[in-house]
Write a protein that binds this ligand. Structure first.
Ligand code: MG
Length: 395
């Protein structure tokens, strides 16, 4: 009701101020990442942020890092956001970025600002009565296809896992990390991809992500060239992070010789970091992570810059319900973004929201057109995964 009243009263809307920003680390069921130093269920790799306002409206954001770092980041940023407008996400986020460059831009503070920025867009939507996608640029689409991200397994198990998620209604998949490229066994790599393609069916979209941003990735350009050649026989939609994340020259070369599109950029943060990758032509598809890169304000600028270079933007906020909700709103506001990443089987997606994400008959998600991100976090469900659930809600 308050949001509706504010939507009709610009005088009230002008006065909405940030009173506090809180973070709650998610832990207890943190899913495996296929990393060399594997994630344990009790590890915190995500945090949910709540921006509280003097109008009683709360906005939510998500950050992909250890919750302890987010809480420290909020303490450092507090003098800069205290009393600020809760209705000007781009200006307020830029203020936070510009005044903290000396503390290591691109790291913990940028990650933390990402969550704040997403929450501020959520608030702006709630106050104006508009879905965030409309505020970000307009409604190019009302639904998007989630591609189900699954860890690579040995071939027989890979088949089983993909078939399971196909039976749940998914029609797009990405397999990644795990043994692929790690064993110096090109026959095993091909067998994994073949098993996934057979289970997904010939019509499904299937992408491959070796995860070369993991520690000590052993392969180089020649492996990536040979592997791209193999992947084209399985109608692979894109080859993601096939090279170490700083190997820009090799990415540029690979993109020119591979007929399978090359995707990357999930570990880059700050819009400025994307400039050389886009100007030099390193990617066919760019995948900034809205929960790390600087939030929706930064994401929108990267997506627009990519579009101007003819590079497709696909979001990477897949790890929590809030991240996916932000990606869906960006997909609504982006001319060519028909896909969103979606982690298969994580408690931090369906396990923390009032209404679970529901696939339609064609395997798509409807983009919420409710005010803000269109997402309702469930306090009781969240309490299973964080001792701090109460700080995310207005009492
Ligand atoms: Mg990836």
């Amino acid at each position: 009701m308050l949001a509706e009243r504010n939507a009709m009263s610009p005088t009230v809307a002008r006065q909405v101020r940030i009173t506090a920003i809180k973070a709650a680390a998610l832990l207890g069921e943190s899913p495996k990442g296929g990393w060399s130093a594997e994630i344990r269920p009790e590890d915190s790799i995500h945090a949910i942020i709540a921006v509280h306002t003097d109008a009683g409206i709360v906005g939510h954001g998500s950050v992909f890092t250890d919750g302890r770092l987010v809480q420290a980041g909020l303490q450092v940023l507090e003098p800069l956001f205290r009393g600020e407008s809760a209705l000007e996400p781009e200006r307020v986020s830029e203020k936070l970025h510009q005044n903290t460059f000396w503390m290591g831009r691109g790291g913990t503070l940028t990650h933390t600002i990402s969550g704040i920025d997403i929450a501020l867009w959520d608030i702006l939507g709630k106050v104006t009565g508009q879905p965030v996608g409309r505020l970000l640029g307009g409604t190019y689409r009302t639904r998007a296809q989630p591609y189900c991200s699954l860890l690579m397994e040995e071939p027989a198990q890979m088949h089983e896992v993909v078939a399971d998620f196909r039976s749940r209604g998914f029609r797009a998949f990405k397999i990644g990390w795990g043994p692929f490229g790690r064993r110096d066994d090109s026959k095993l790599d091909e067998a994994i991809v073949r098993a996934a393609r057979e289970a997904a069916g010939p019509q499904a979209k299937l992408m491959v992500d070796p995860g070369a941003s993991d520690a000590l990735w052993p392969q180089g350009l020649k492996w990536a060239m040979r592997t791209a050649e193999m992947l084209k026989d399985y109608d692979i939609g894109w080859f993601e992070e096939p090279l170490r994340p700083d190997a820009i020259d090799d990415y540029c070369h690979l993109r020119r010789v591979s007929t399978v599109p090359i995707a990357g950029g999930e570990v880059l943060t700050r819009r400025q970091s994307f400039i050389p990758w886009l100007t030099r032509g390193a990617f066919d598809i760019v995948q900034p992570d809205v929960t790390k890169v600087g939030g929706l304000s930064e994401q929108r600028r990267i997506a627009r810059m990519a579009d101007d270079f003819g590079v497709k933007f696909v979001g990477h906020g897949w790890n929590t319900a809030v991240g996916v909700a932000a990606d869906l709103q960006m997909a609504a506001a982006s001319p060519l973004t028909d896909l969103v990443e979606f982690i298969g089987g994580s408690a931090y997606l369906d396990g923390i929201v009032a209404e679970p994400f529901a696939l339609d008959d064609e395997g798509y998600l409807t983009i919420p057109d409710r005010p803000g991100l269109g997402l309702q976090l469930d306090r009781d469900k969240l309490a299973r995964y964080t001792p701090d659930a109460a700080v995310l809600f207005q009492d």
